[in-house]
Design a protein around this ligand. Structure first.
Ligand code: PLP
Length: 286
């Protein structure tokens, strides 16, 4: 079952118009959330970001935050899922052909909940390969990556390049050559025992997992450097990992074919363990 506009419907009945501007122009926004043991982790933070994205594209969401939170749980429970990945998608809605958002009367609202499938354990044990790709991250002044937008071609082009290079994730630089982020993840590296990650000003999505990791690092007494970095900084580091809501903390073993450190790094390990503890505490208290 999934939630479409105002009700739960079966997959086969969940149909939207070919005139939907989400389909025609990628005009819309989304969020991906993770449920652990029936509790949606950091639901408030995801809903806040959903509303921020909506405001950045001038979209009025047809429900309030509390109603959306309830609907997320309605969808999760209708599917009897405990471990799930939930996607909230809101598009501009159906309207005549033409770019003017005013042509669309009502946004299309969808919540999909799928059973969470674990990533292969070896990704966490051995680390994954990433490639620094030629496709630049969208320029903030054109399409701000802080908007969690349905318009995903930038990331898809980067992903294609990574795949061609035999890498699992692409790392994009911004138009000035500063490290930005992955196609669906934020990037971190450890050098001289300092945890580095691109500052949001380079043009990235302000990841919810990224923020948790930075908070955990601060509490653990790990020095942090949010700044502007080059590709060489990544290649010369001791540890690299990427983060997002479903991967949590995923170690990187190779950047462009260059081996990073030796095994899964100590700081990466510590942060992932602490992140899992934060999840467990959150689940206990909600
Ligand atoms: N960067 C991009 C481009 C993403 O699409 C995502 C998540 O899908 C992230 C970063 C990580 O964000 P979060 O930690 O909130 O899942």
């Amino acid at each position: 079952m999934l939630y479409l506009n105002n009700k739960l419907v079966s997959k086969s009945k969940a149909l939207i118009s070919v005139f939907d501007h989400g389909f025609l122009y990628g005009d819309g926004i989304y969020e991906t959330l993770r449920a652990y043991n029936g509790v949606v982790f950091k639901l408030d933070e995801h809903i806040d970001r959903l509303f921020r994205s909506a405001s950045m594209i001038g979209l009025t969401i047809p429900k309030g935050p509390e109603a959306i939170k309830k609907t997320v749980y309605t969808t999760l429970r209708a599917n009897r899922q405990k471990e799930a990945v939930i996607r909230i998608t809101i598009s501009r809605g159906a309207g005549p052909i033409g770019l003017d958002p005013g042509l669309c009367r009502r946004p299309t609202f969808v919540i999909i909940s799928n059973k969470f499938k674990n990533y292969p354990e070896q990704y966490y044990q051995k680390g994954i390969k990433v490639a620094i790709v030629n496709t630049c991250r969208n320029f903030r002044g054109a399409l701000n990556p802080a908007i969690k937008s349905l318009n995903f071609l930038n990331n898809i082009l980067a992903k294609r390049e990574a795949k061609d290079k035999g890498a699992y994730e692409a790392i994009m630089l911004n138009y000035r050559g500063h490290l930005a982020e992955g196609t669906i993840s934020n990037i971190f590296f450890v050098k001289d025992n300092i945890l580095h990650t691109p500052e949001t000003g380079v043009g990235i999505l302000d990841g919810i997992t990224r923020k948790s990791i930075l908070d955990i690092a601060r509490e653990s007494g790990i020095e942090i450097n949010e700044g502007r970095f080059k590709k060489e900084d990544l290649l010369n580091s001791r540890e690299v990992f990427i983060s997002n809501t479903t991967m949590e903390v995923m170690p990187v073993s190779h950047v462009d074919g260059t081996k990073i450190g030796t095994k899964k790094g100590n700081i990466t390990k510590l942060l992932h363990k602490a992140y899992k503890k934060e999840v467990a505490d959150y689940v206990k208290n909600h």
